[in-house]
Design a protein around this ligand. Structure first.
Ligand SMILES: [Fe+2]
Ligand SMILES: [Fe+2]
Length: 246
């Protein structure tokens, strides 16, 4: 990690922490005056964003075209949406059994999670509608557009695995060996290639292991989600470094 890259990350963490502090102060009613929050937002967050647009993004733009995967940022949004939905589901399940005094606190946290999800979703849809769909409509034939739409609406089980790709069926592999075998298969992939993992349960823990060990270096798309068989297309995006990250 470079010194400048680390400085960016450190600044991001500092902004996030301070935003969380302001949100906490307001949520708990410790200081009802929102003026310090507004000052922080306008004096710190907005200039940071403007600085990135002026200086960081122009530096990254050509690199993204050469080495990156343009949809990677959108996939990160989706992972965040999944995580928020998981937490909201957990909290909703905990609510009915919670003691009455605990329930109000849980409801407050649930409302905050929903508001956060709503904000991510709004931004995500704006990106799809302002950037992706205009390109899709302008450059993809109407026939192909219709095929994409039809595939979106097909039940996941009906989506065929991609022809010519290897399938790794771990259903008969002893569980302790599964993850290492899957990572070995992943390591052997050339950039831009993928394999289909076949399993007898949702391999979500594996997804978290990939996220921890290969952040930004893999793609994960469910082709079939149970109830008996799970198929996940795991790929190595073009431009992702080969071999184990150190
Ligand atoms: Fe930033
Ligand atoms: Fe989306």
């Amino acid at each position: 990690m470079s010194t400048a890259g680390e400085a960016f990350r450190r600044h991001h963490r500092a902004l996030t922490e301070r935003l969380a502090q302001h949100a906490g102060v307001l949520a708990e009613g410790r200081d009802p005056d929102p003026a310090p929050l507004v000052t922080f937002l306008t004096a710190e967050i907005l200039p940071h964003a403007a600085g990135e647009e002026q200086h960081l993004y122009p530096a990254v733009e050509p690199l993204l075209r050469a080495h990156g995967m343009a949809t990677a940022t959108m996939r990160i949004d989706h992972r965040f949406l999944e995580e928020y939905i998981r937490r909201i589901g957990e909290m909703a399940a905990a609510l009915p059994g919670a003691p009455p005094d605990e329930r109000a606190r849980l409801r407050g946290r649930l409302a905050r999670l929903v508001a956060q999800l709503e904000a991510i979703f709004e931004v995500h849809l704006a990106k799809e509608e302002q950037i992706y769909l205009p390109l899709f409509e302008q450059y993809v034939t109407e026939d192909e557009q219709a095929r994409v739409l039809a595939r979106m609406h097909a039940p996941p089980a009906a989506r065929p695995p991609v022809a010519g790709e290897t399938a790794l069926d771990v259903r008969t592999v002893p569980p302790p060996r599964r993850h290492s075998l899957i990572f070995q298969t992943f390591e052997s992939l050339a950039p831009g290639h993928a394999f289909t993992l076949v399993n007898d349960h949702d391999p979500k823990p594996l997804y978290y292991q990939f996220q921890a060990e290969r952040p930004g270096q893999f793609t994960w798309d469910y082709l079939e989600q149970g109830p008996e068989v799970w198929r996940v297309r795991i790929g190595r995006p073009r431009g992702a470094p080969e071999g184990r990250a150190s």
